[in-house]
Design a protein around this ligand. Sequence first.
Ligand code: PLP
Length: 364
Amino acid sequence: MNCLNFSGGPGILPEAVLAETQRAISMVPEAGLSILGISHRSDWFAAVVAEAEQNIRALLKLPESHAVLFLQGGASLQFSMIPMLLLRGSGKTAEYLRTGYWSAKAIPEAALEGKVRVVWDGEAGGFRRLPEPGELSCSADAAYLHYVSNETVEGTQFHAIPGIDGVPRVCDMSSDFLSRPFDPDRFDLIYAHAQKNLGPAGVTVVVVRRDLLDRAPAELPALLDYRRHVEAHSVYNTPPVFAIYVTMLVTRWLLNEIGGLENMASINRQKAENLYQAIDASDGFYQGWAAPGNRSLMNVVFRLKSAEQEAAFLQRATAAGFSGLAGHRSLGGIRASIYNAMTPQAVTLLCSFMEDFARSGRGV
Ligand SMILES: *Cc1c(COP(=O)(O)O)cnc(C)c1O
């Protein structure tokens, strides 16, 4: 059975991209070789990297002030590379919004490099809500402000950009990059690994303002120095050729099939509305985790009344062909991840399943 993939990550990819990837594993016609055996020094691969970058530039309307990089080490390595670049030896303090599982993981890594101040901490409230702009007292001379635009585990998402313009703004967009348009000029460094919304595991996209790189400390290991990667056009050492290729196909799909990020965002809004509607109309049978104003359009997290009911829900859902609905191991409950590639039709099927399950669960 071909399951519908609601996993938090690695997540669903578009059917058309998977079909093309399948052909490329046999043979990339222009190269006469399998994608798994093409040299990263070939002209063909240089063109793949260039197209992936161009597509991301076109989708974001990204100015030349920013470089686009394809790196390894996942989002987790960015937790370290960012403070190595912007905090180490600066004498300043880095500011972090602690809004969930992933932003919390970034903080101790930064603390290894210098002083860190947590500007806002949502843990006491179970990370169910995000700060309002008025609740934040960010400092105008911070080294940078770091936040996570979409907390993948708790299912919260910023719908406005926090922080002070003028202070370097650094954002982990791993689970919502290219799901909606935003003004790239307001960001100094954005990172997103591929495996949630963008492609297969193995590559992390970094969009960084070039003039930020001038401050890099001299003694950084080459692989941890963004400047080396800019100079080498993301091919400093052997890159994940396959992951970059598939990510390029996804950006091509976003441009040509979806028609850009405005269209993608409106499809994503519709999908999320349908699913939250199924939760809200269930008379408390399903309970959303995130505060309504902070609900994520990518990860819809909810609970049932008991662990037994959640187990029964997951069992029936799996049998019906819905895969990956178990909540993150740190939180439990249910999480439906509805990334870009999840079709509205599949979300409608899940909504119907939820209505049926609630009806039988109430014994009516
Ligand atoms: C999954 C996730 C991470 C961790 O990424 P790795 O690539 O596994 O290091 C970091 N940030 C966010 C927002 C995530 O969703």
